[in-house]
Design a protein around this ligand. Structure first.
Ligand SMILES: Nc1ncnc2c1ncn2[C@@H]1O[C@H](COP(=O)(O)OP(=O)(O)OP(=O)(O)O)[C@@H](O)[C@H]1O
Ligand SMILES: [Mg+2]
Length: 324
């Protein structure tokens, strides 16, 4: 288990003010962030541009030192022992950085493997397996500059796996990929967690990706974690509305009065139409069962019913709006 406790990062830098003046700027990019990543689980870190996601990931990946806080990976203090830590973690960023374009995939992986001090015969076997896994075996001897974006991204993943990390940090891994490759990559990320028991932290701006992949979510705003939970927990705790829309026949006045009575003060009810009525109920809780019971007891026939589930995107936006 990776446990980060009260992580903060303060950047201090000078900014030019006029020709000769320089102003000292202090930027608290991450404040008091605590999070956990279990093996075999995918954890999402989501927030708007500049919220502090990459800074957090860089601290976890031991690329920058936290101003305060502690990071333990399976009881290893990775701030004090970052050399040991680097053997069990790796960072994969979206975009096309971190690989050498003039080299082939094979050569890139040999180079990065050598940086980890992996013996040549072990490394060659490993490279073969990883290239197979990311589907680059056939193109392994082509210089990377001739690769498509998706192939380069797959090579990034391969590079991130070269040291067989226990924990992988993925910073916007599907950035700029077409829908097919992004889909393929998502299923691959899921496999890394399910089959290889990797603990994964993922940042992304695509909420559908979060819904599909994440077992647990942290929402970050201005460097602070403002909400956390499983997708279902967040939906349950933070959704502002559930919407039920029914199309019914023979809605008697009695049924209408009783329905409005039952839902009084709990939901917003609108009824439209003449012979066939449309009933719309918006509430925080789900009153579907009560609505059906009431209508059935008055022999109202329900022709159609739609339940609009709370939408994770809306929830995230609400949380962020509130935290502002
Ligand atoms: N090296 C640095 N020096 C000064 N400020 C920095 C540095 N790195 C990041 N920041 C600032 O810290 C804040 C958080 O940046 P960070 O890159 O972590 O955001 P992010 O959530 O990854 O955003 P994005 O979604 O755009 O990638 C921003 O205000 C950014 O300008
Ligand atoms: Mg970022």
């Amino acid at each position: 288990m990776l446990i980060a406790t009260n992580l903060s990062k303060k950047f201090v830098y000078k900014e030019s003010k006029g020709l000769f003046k320089k102003k000292l700027i202090v930027k608290n990019a991450v404040n008091d962030v605590s999070l956990k990543i279990e093996s075999g689980k995918i954890v999402g870190l989501i927030g708007v541009n500049g919220a502090g996601k990459t800074t957090t990931i860089k601290m976890l990946a031991s690329l920058i030192k936290p101003t305060t806080g502690e990071i333990l990976i399976d009881n290893l203090d990775i701030i004090k022992e970052h050399k040991k830590a680097k053997r069990i973690i790796n960072l994969i960023s979206g975009g096309e950085r971190n690989i050498y374009w003039r080299l082939t995939a094979q050569e890139n992986l040999e180079y990065f493997g050598a940086l980890y001090g992996i013996p040549k015969d072990v490394l060659n076997q490993k490279i073969e397996t990883i290239l197979e896994m990311v589907g680059l075996t056939e193109s392994k001897d082509i210089p990377v500059e001739r690769y498509s974006k998706g192939m380069k991204q797959r090579l990034q993943i391969a590079r991130g796996l070269i040291n067989d990390p226990k924990y992988i940090f993925l910073d916007e891994p599907t950035l700029g990929l077409d829908i097919n490759i992004a889909k393929e990559l998502r299923s691959y990320i899921r496999k890394l967690a399910d089959d290889e028991n990797k603990g994964i932290l993922l940042t992304t701006h695509y909420i559908s990706e979060v819904e599909e992949l994440c077992d647990y979510i942290y929402i970050i705003s201005n460097g602070y974690i403002v909400a956390e939970g499983t997708p279902d927990e967040l939906k349950e705790e933070l959704s502002t509305k559930t919407q039920v829309v029914l199309t019914v026949e023979v809605l008697t006045e009695q049924a209408e009065v009783e329905l409005k009575d039952i839902l009084e003060c709990k939901a917003e009810v609108t009824i439209e139409g003449e012979n066939i009525h449309t009933i719309k109920v918006i509430s925080k809780e789900n009153f579907t069962a009560e609505i059906i019971r009431c209508l059935s007891s008055h022999n109202v026939s329900i022709l159609n019913m739609k339940l609009m589930e709370p939408d994770l995107e809306e929830i995230v936006l609400n949380v962020l709006r509130r935290s502002e």
